[in-house]
Design a protein around this ligand. Sequence first.
Ligand code: AMP
Ligand code: GLY
Length: 414
Amino acid sequence: MKILLVGSGGREHALALGLKADKKCSELHVAPGNPGIAEIATTHPLVITDNQAILSLAQSLGVDLVVIGPELPLVNGAADILRAAGIATFGPSKAAAALEGSKDFAKGVMRDAGVPTARSFTCTTESEINIALDTFGAPYVVKDDGLAGGKGVVVTEDRATALTHALSCNRVVIEEFLDGPEISLFGISDGRNILAMEPAQDFKRAHDNNQGPNTGGMGAYSPLPWAPDDIIEQTYEKVLAPVVAEMAARGTPFIGLLYAGLALTKNGIKVIEFNARFGDPETQVLIPRLLTPLADLLYKAATNSLDDTVLHWSDTSAVTVVLAAQGYPQSPVVGEKITAPDPQESTLIFHAGTQEKDGSLISSGGRVMSVTGIGNDLESARHRAYKQISTIGLEGSFYRSDIALVASLAQVEN
Ligand code: AMP
Ligand code: GLY
């Protein structure tokens, strides 16, 4: 099977590794990719917002499957164009990707499907905004309806800050605050069936103890020893299966990766958000633990044939730590030289914001690399990840030191 993977981040590097490891994958192409991905796949230049360019590349390579990593091409309808040309595609249509592209749309689907989520109002005027803010009170949760590159959500005790953010959005979803730990649980869907993956936890704030600004994600780990034993079944029954059924009933089946961001509240699980693609950096801990061959799995999802598939997982734990550039997320410094030795045993290095220039590796984005450690428990996985990341040289870079720390201490105590 010849495969084209679209994207260039740590998530795509992890997916590329998984696809490549499946013996059914005879050729792996990634566009645009990055220097780390180029070591294991053939990379091609690509502007990912250019749907015609994606189609032309897939056609000229004669691929059997296209896997779309990031949300932008999905929300732009790249999957529709590929499918219309008869190319099997893992990634939802434009209509189905609206689960990520519009918070209001996602709320409507959840309402119709009976999926537990925060109560909310969608507002377009200042008076509607004021009513919504006062109905729920502090902490205020204010969400830009559309894609906002991770900057759309403001959670604040300060009403004036909440109002300012709400007024800066065209359309805004204001909702009740959900209290409880957050987890990410992904489902792989062929439009009718959905297979729930193991849960992971992401660390969104830039600094230790969840301080500092929101980021795209500074680290992740899986599994979650502290989560309820039936978290996968619960999420499947209450969230993933109803959403897939609802999308199919609307005539816009969801084919691809449904990312459920959940809060485990005292009243049960509630959906915080959906994404229409693999999460980053959660993918960097999930793919190394997934035993089910990935190319065959994503091909089956893309061709409506997941009926008899089950997911198998290794008993290992995985912890990933993101190396961020100085100034991330506000104004990352780029163009600095990176020195990265080969990974040690049970350790993987994933590239994201890296570039090759005159034979050297340089930084080209905020999240530069991520390092995944794998071990028998979280403590050994953490140890490996941190030992490896400390060997990477990049002026001014930083990483959190507490990824999976609390969960690993609790695991040792039990
Ligand atoms: P998002 O950009 O949608 O990933 O949201 C960013 C973060 O805002 C989430 O990871 C949560 O920590 C927080 N958040 C979003 N919605 C809520 C909510 N209803 N209650 C509490 N926190 C929330
Ligand atoms: N890990 C958060 C995201 O992928 O959106």
